[in-house]
Design a protein around this ligand. Sequence first.
Ligand code: PEP
Length: 254
Amino acid sequence: MAPRRPIIGGNWKMNLTRAEGLALAAAVGDVASAYPRVEVAVFPPFPYLDAVRAETTPAVAVGAQDCSAEAKGAFTGQVSVGMLVDIGVTSVLIGHSERRHGLGETDAILCRKLARAVDGGVLPVLCVGETLAERDAGRAHEVIATQLRGALDGHSEASMSQLVIAYEPVWAIGTGRTATPADAAEAHRTVRRTLQDLYSARFAEKARVMYGGSVNARNAAELFAQEDIDGGLVGGASLIASDFAAIIAAAAGR
Ligand code: PEP
């Protein structure tokens, strides 16, 4: 089987002005062009998506931080996959913990968002991960498996062929506290085991699984050296062009 292509995503969350975002996008474009082996994506806030896509090179995929579970209609404030596709967005984060825990998004909602993304031909990045209380209770692996099963419920193996998973332990996001490479690798094996149970060994081997949670320029190489870690979803460090560049370089060297 062909080796999995490393993938690095920058989740800008609700940060940056338009001008700052465009400058960052241009810088990321230069770096991504220098490392074609790595798939590089940025996830700017909705109002900047169109401008960022126009500013950066085709070497950078532009993704949204969320999408509606609905196709169209009376859903004030929501953004459909069709609208995202219309402006050239090619991927979408689904189930980021700040939406699961901050906004109460359930596996059932995420399951429908996945359907919308796949129907629209957009690369879905499904985020899963346990809270600190769940980890301390010894439930991390059960939580990861349950979140995967819930979001993938009813989705066929063929329809999920492009699926990317981001394992993001909630306690590591934005906290400066990173999972040890060994703990992260173990969680990634749980992701693959679950995908194998749901679909097939081939699917589990082929699927790309990113790690997210306080990835930075110093710890990236050690995390990405783990066999089952195919790159990273990066929040804070993706806002600093030189740090994000170092993380992309680390992924290129894995
Ligand atoms: C994230 O937003 O997905 C994330 C991992 O953030 P940070 O890198 O800041 O922990």
